[in-house]
Design a protein around this ligand. Structure first.
Ligand code: G6P
Ligand code: ZN
Length: 564
């Protein structure tokens, strides 16, 4: 490649479906492959940076899914033509979402572009996604994604430097002149910065002692499953190289373009192979991560399942096991609205402020930037802290191992002790995936008007001899305490007098049809029921939830696709 190239302007056509969802623009690969489609969105994303675009540095990387490398190539050429000064790109185009956030913050770049559809399947017939993260390392807030969308609707052309060719498989620094201005691509190791960050947060030597065993404790056997997603190189470096875990305990650790046909979402349905392996194996602990490495699932011996809502609460109660929090102190806890309220009880007991925010990691970022939040989590298998501005699967796993190392107890014992101290918020989520969108919308509309009728307040809903009295029915809205911005229509809530809750949301991350999520949360402090099965305890509320919403009638679905 010559070291001097010129850019050109390409006339394009508008695509009117480029509105970013909960986590960026997420569509079928085939949609992104349409002529100009990806180029348009990248151009709009850059243009939304306004006068901060010329001369800026951006991070680029993704979860290794199909079409990722093509997208990186397009981004390089479009960024070059738009006056970007430098791109820092993960080798082979690979960077986990938490790694992108880490690198943006560490090198103080203007932001980053993450190529992922997170936990959605990958491959030519599956999904792709493009997400912009801001200079705080977090997903772009609504006002930025709205701006990108507005630009896509009016876009007439995009700028591209088609002669720029950079080999992203080689660690290297390349600088060329584009229209007379220097443009640098730095291909960086995908893992180094992230690993260094984890080492500064956790006490690796105490985790290593736990895993290897010591005079008075046998080795603590773990099974770490990358689900063929981006975490492969990270878990190899961290668990095999640094913590000395043997190779057979780190599985599905090579990123594959189609995730080996897996649906890379760490839950009881899609991570069944981990669940079965831990159920039938000698392991004390299992963890799996999603395609882009920000979600996690934690299991104890015999596949004892830790719900994400409980996981958050247990970590909240034990943050002092982690050196990072001993240094920074605990500024606040937060959870998304549908997340089980277990952490609220830890907050109340410890006198720590608790925030409830809408679904979507971006809502935590403002609180963290304002120094008000240390630890947060969501029922959707996301857990994280203010060490970055994304949720972080491997971080959650290391946090759990730190707590286990410090308490010297099994996962199950830790949970039982926790419930004994705080009581238990039983939680379940039912997902009805790929429903007819119109039917799902109708159901939500009808339900919204139903629960907002004056007579719904105070009404008594009964199932299997249990009666719940309605305290409030609404469509949740949120005012950000930091900047006053408002997010409305964030989910239908039915709150009961005893603190139980039923919540209905339409997923914002699907790529086809509609996914209805039903969340049920109920508190019990009766010792006799603490270790009962959540499905058993929550059955009456689930029945009520299905009846009030007429979900079966609207969708024709008898059973959910996934139960968590
Ligand atoms: C992504 C976001 C999470 C959010 C989740 C919700 O994973 O990063 O913050 O909780 O989407 O997904 P949903 O499909 O329920 O909209
Ligand atoms: Zn993800």
């Amino acid at each position: 490649m010559s070291s001097t190239v010129t850019s050109k302007i390409v006339e394009t056509r508008v695509y009117d479906d480029q509105k970013p969802g909960t986590s960026g623009l997420r569509k079928a690969v085939k949609v992104f492959m349409q002529e100009h489609y990806t180029e348009n969105f990248v151009q709009a994303t850059l243009q939304a940076l306004g006068d901060q675009l010329p001369g800026c540095t951006l991070v680029v990387g993704g979860d290794g899914r199909y079409y990722g490398k093509e997208a990186v190539e397009k981004i390089i050429r479009i960024a070059a033509a738009n006056g970007v000064r430098k791109l820092m790109i993960g080798q082979h185009g690979i960077l986990s979402t938490p790694a992108v956030s880490t690198i943006i913050r560490k090198y103080k770049t203007r932001g980053g572009i993450v190529l992922t559809a997170s936990h959605n399947p990958g491959g030519p017939d599956a999904d792709f996604g493009i997400k912009f993260n801001c200079e705080n390392g977090g997903p772009a807030p609504d006002h930025v994604t709205n701006k990108i969308y507005e630009i896509t609707k009016l876009l007439k052309n995009y700028k591209i430097a088609p002669d720029v060719n950079v080999d992203i498989d080689e660690l290297q620094n390349t600088t060329i002149q584009v229209d007379g201005n220097p443009f640098t691509v730095q291909v960086i190791d995908s893992v180094n910065d992230y690993l260094e960050h984890m080492k500064s947060i956790f006490d690796f030597s105490s985790i290593k002692t736990l895993l290897q065993g010591s005079n008075n404790r046998p080795p603590f056997k773990v099974l770490i499953n990358g689900m063929n997603g981006v975490t492969g190189p990270y878990i190899r470096r961290i668990f095999s190289d640094e913590l000395g875990v043997d190779d057979s305990s780190v599985v599905n650790a090579t990123p594959l373009e189609d995730f080996g046909g897996l649906h890379p979402d760490p839950n009881l349905t899609y991570a069944k192979d981990l669940v079965n392996a831990v159920k039938n194996g000698p392991h004390d602990f299992g963890a799996a991560f999603d395609g882009d490495g920000d979600r996690n699932m934690i299991l104890g011996k015999k596949a004892f399942f830790v719900t994400p809502s409980d996981s958050l609460a247990v970590l909240a109660a034990n943050l002092s096991s982690i050196p990072y929090f001993r240094k920074t102190g605990v500024k606040g806890y937060a959870r998304s609205m549908p997340t089980g309220a277990a952490v609220d009880r830890v907050a109340a007991k410890n006198g720590v402020k608790l925030y409830e925010v809408p679904t979507g990691w971006k809502y935590f970022g403002n609180l963290m930037d304002a120094g008000q939040l240390s630890l947060c989590g969501e029922e959707s298998f996301g857990t994280g802290s203010d060490h970055i501005r994304e949720k972080d699967g491997i971080w959650a796993c290391l946090a759990w191992l730190s707590v286990i190392a410090s308490l010297g107890k099994s996962v199950e014992e830790i949970l039982l002790n926790h419930w004994h101290t705080y009581g238990r918020n039983f939680f379940t989520r039912y997902d009805y995936e790929n429903c007819d969108a119109e039917a799902a919308n109708k159901m939500m509309q009808q339900l919204e008007s139903e629960i907002q009728k004056p007579e719904f307040l105070g009404s008594r809903l009964t199932s299997e001899g249990k009666t719940y009295v309605v305290k409030l029915g609404d469509n949740y809205s949120y005012v950000d305490p930091v900047d006053g911005s408002k997010a409305s229509k964030q989910g239908l809530r039915i709150l009961f007098e005893d603190g139980s809750r039923i919540i209905y949301r339409l997923s914002g991350t699907g790529s086809s049809g509609a996914t209805i999520r039903l969340y049920v949360d109920s508190y019990e402090d009766d010792e006799a029921v603490l270790n009962k099965d959540a499905q058993e305890i929550l059955k009456p509320l689930v029945t009520i939830a299905l009846e009030v919403s007429k979900l079966r009638e609207f969708t024709g679905r008898d059973a959910p696709t996934v139960i968590t």
